[in-house]
Design a protein around this ligand. Structure first.
Ligand code: DMJ
Length: 552
C-alpha cells in the first residue's frame, strides 16, 4: 500500500472514532440532571457504571463462585460445586441494562457479559451435586433468575432462551422431592440436589411462612414454560393444609404466624411479622393475582391487608411516620414498634394493589378503583416515606437493618442511636447495612405509578449514599462494593467482606429502573428477588389446563 493510501485510512479511522465518541457523549449527556423530570439518562449511566464496577470486580476475583467476599477479594461455594448464585442472580439486570442503556460502550460491555454468563450456564453449571440447598433461596434466586433470563432472552432478543429453559427445568425437577417429603405437601426447607433427600429446618423442624409460600410465581411460570402442570399443582398445594388446620384466615384476620409445622400445617411460632420469615407470603398472594388473574388470590390478599391495617400498622411520635410493627403471642398480644428493613417492600406492594401496575391517574378512572384501592395508595405513600426517612436521617444516608419507632414524646434509650427527627432509634445490634433492595424497590414502583419526580430524587439520593459508603478500596487500590458494619458511625465506614447477590440482582436493578422512562409495570411481575416474569394470559392458561385447583 502506498503512503498516501495509508494516510487516508488513518484519517478515516480517526474521523469515525471522533464521530463515535461525540455520539456516545451526546447520548449520555442528553439530559443534564439525574433527577430531571423528562428522563434519567445520566442517572442510568451512573448506575450502569456502579453495576459494571461491582460485577467486573466479582469476575476478576471470584468468577463462578457463589459467595463473593468482596473486601478480601475471594470466592467460596456453598457445596461441592457452584450453584450460579452470583451469575444467575445478576444476569437479568445485565440483560435489562443492555436493552435500555443509551451508552454504546456500556451496551457492548453488557452484551459481552451476558454472553459470558450464558456460556458458563450452558457449559459449567451442573445441578447434579451432592449438596443440600435451601428450597426457598434456590427457587427465588436460581429458578427465578433462569426463568426471567428465559423470558428476557425471548422478548428482548438478548441470549438463547433454550439454554435457560433447560436449566430451569432441570433445577425445578431436583427441587420437587422437598414437596413430596411432607404428608400434606408443605415442602421441607432443604433438599439434596442429587439424592433428593429432603430435610426439615434445625430444631423443631418448623417451616418459615415466607419460605414455603414464596415458590408459587416461579413454579407456575415453570409449568407454563415446560407444559408440566405438576409444578403448578405442587406449588398451590401448600396453602390448603395451613388454612384448614388453623381456621385461617378467619380466626387471624389474614395475618399468619411465621412458623408452621410442615407435616401437618399447624401454626407453631406465635410471632406475627411482615418482615423476616413473614414478608413474601403477603407479596406472593398479590403477585399471583397479577401473574394469572385468579380471583382467589386477590380475595386472599385483601383479607391480609385488612388484617394488617387492624393489627400491625402504627404511627410514630412526634411526626406520625407510618410503620408496620410486630406482634407476639396473639394478634392482640404485645406490640413491638420496630420494623425490619425487609418490610420496606410493602410500599410498592400496596401501590401495585391500588393500581394493578397502571399509572394512578389511569387507575382512578377504572370501575374497580374503590375506597379500598384509595386507602392502599395512601398507605403506599406513607410507608414509602417512612422507609425513605430511615435513610435520609442517618449520617451515612443509608438505613439500618432494623429501625425502632418512638411511641412517646419523652422516649429515650441509652446507647441507641436517635434520629434527628426523634421518630426512630437504632439499636447497636442493628446498625449494619447489607445493601438491601426493599426501599429502592418501593420507590421505583411509586415513581412509575405516580410520575411524581420526588421519587426519582429519593432513589438518586439513596444511590449516591450507597456509592459513597459501600464502595471499598482494597490496599492495592482496586475498587469493590460491600455490605457495611454501621450506618451511624462517623467517618469511614467499615466493610463486612460480603457483596450479596441481591446487590446486583435487586438493589441496582430497582434503582436503574427508576430512571428508565416508560417501564410498563402491568406487563411483568417481579418475583421477590426482582426477577421479572411475564404476566400470563388467563385464556391461554385455561387452554393449557393451568388453573387454580382449590378455594377457601
Ligand atoms: C432477597 O433475597 C429477597 O428480596 C427476599 O425476599 C428477602 N431478602 C432479600 C433481600 O433483602
Amino acid at each position: 500500500m502506498t503512503k498516501i493510501g495509508m494516510r487516508r485510512i488513518v484519517k478515516w479511522i480517526s474521523c469515525l472514532a471522533t464521530v463515535y465518541f461525540a455520539y456516545s457523549y451526546m447520548q449520555r449527556h442528553r439530559f443534564t440532571t439525574a433527577t430531571d423530570d423528562t428522563g434519567g439518562t445520566e442517572a442510568q449511566y451512573a448506575v450502569e457504571k456502579v453495576f459494571l464496577e461491582s460485577w467486573q470486580d466479582y469476575v476478576a476475583h471470584a468468577w463462578g463462585y457463589d459467595v463473593f467476599n468482596a473486601a478480601s477479594g475471594q470466592g467460596q461455594n456453598f457445596g461441592e460445586k457452584p450453584l450460579g448464585w452470583m451469575i444467575v442472580d445478576a444476569l437479568d439486570t445485565m440483560m435489562l441494562m443492555q436493552a435500555h442503556t443509551k451508552d454504546v460502550r456500556h451496551r457492548l460491555r453488557l452484551r459481552r457479559e451476558v454472553a459470558r454468563c450464558e456460556a458458563w450456564i450452558r457449559d459449567e453449571l451442573d445441578y447434579d451435586m451432592n449438596t443440600e440447598v435451601s428450597v426457598f433461596e434456590t427457587t427465588i434466586r436460581m429458578l427465578g433468575g433462569l426463568l426471567s433470563a428465559h423470558h428476557l432472552a425471548e422478548t428482548l432478543g438478548v441470549g438463547t432462551p433454550a439454554v435457560y429453559a433447560a436449566k430451569a427445568e432441570e433445577l425445578g425437577a431436583r427441587l420437587v422431592p422437598a414437596f413430596l417429603a411432607s404428608p400434606v405437601g408443605i415442602p421441607y426447607s432443604s433438599v439434596n440436589l442429587r439424592t433428593g433427600e429432603a430435610v426439615k429446618s434445625m430444631g423443631i423442624g418448623e417451616a418459615s411462612l415466607a419460605e414455603f409460600t414464596t415458590l408459587q410465581l416461579e413454579f407456575k411460570q415453570l409449568a407454563y414454560v415446560t407444559g408440566n402442570a405438576t409444578y403448578w399443582k405442587l406449588a398451590e398445594a401448600v396453602y390448603k393444609p395451613f388454612f384448614r388446620e388453623n381456621d385461617y384466615p378467619a380466626a387471624y384476620d389474614g395475618i399468619a404466624p411465621v412458623g408452621v409445622l410442615p407435616d401437618t400445617g399447624k401454626f407453631f411460632t406465635p410471632a406475627f411479622k411482615i418482615g423476616a420469615r413473614g414478608d413474601s407470603y403477603y407479596e406472593y398472594l398479590l403477585k399471583q393475582y397479577l401473574q394469572t388473574r385468579e380471583p382467589l388470590y386477590w380475595k386472599l390478599y385483601q383479607t391480609t391487608m385488612t388484617g394488617m391495617a387492624k393489627h400491625m400498622i402504627a404511627r410514630s411520635v412526634p411526626d406520625d411516620y407510618l410503620y408496620i410493627g410486630e406482634r407476639y403471642g396473639t394478634l392482640s398480644g404485645p406490640f413491638m414498634p420496630q420494623m425490619d428493613h425487609l418490610v420496606c417492600f410493602i410500599g410498592g406492594l400496596y401501590a401495585m394493589a391500588a393500581t394493578e401496575g397502571v399509572p394512578l391517574a389511569k387507575a382512578e378512572q377504572q370501575p374497580w378503583f374503590d375506597g379500598d384501592r384509595a386507602l392502599y395508595w395512601q398507605i403506599a405513600e406513607d410507608v414509602t416515606y417512612t422507609c425513605y426517612r430511615t435513610y435520609h436521617e442517618t449520617p451515612t444516608g443509608l438505613a439500618a437493618e432494623i429501625s425502632f419507632f418512638s411511641v412517646r414524646e419523652d422516649e429515650a434509650h441509652d446507647s441507641w442511636w436517635e434520629s434527628p427527627s426523634r421518630n426512630f432509634f437504632i439499636k447497636p445490634t442493628d446498625v449494619q447495612n447489607l445493601q438491601r433492595p426493599e426501599t429502592v424497590e418501593s420507590i421505583m414502583y411509586m415513581w412509575h405509578l405516580s410520575g411524581d419526580s420526588k421519587y426519582r430524587q429519593w432513589n438518586w439520593e439513596i444511590f449516591e449514599a450507597f456509592r459513597k459508603n459501600t464502595a471499598y478500596y482494597r490496599p492495592d487500590g482496586s475498587l469493590t462494593y460491600t455490605s457495611i458494619n454501621s450506618v451511624v458511625a462517623e467517618g469511614q465506614t467499615t466493610p463486612r467482606d460480603n457483596m450479596e447477590s441481591f446487590w446486583l440482582a435487586e438493589t441496582l436493578k430497582y434503582v436503574y429502573l427508576t430512571f428508565v422512562d416508560d417501564f410498563d409495570l402491568s406487563k411483568v411481575v417481579f418475583n421477590t428477588e426482582a426477577h421479572p416474569l411475564p404476566v400470563l394470559d388467563p385464556e391461554e392458561l385455561a387452554r393449557r389446563g393451568l388453573v387454580t385447583g382449590w378455594d377457601l
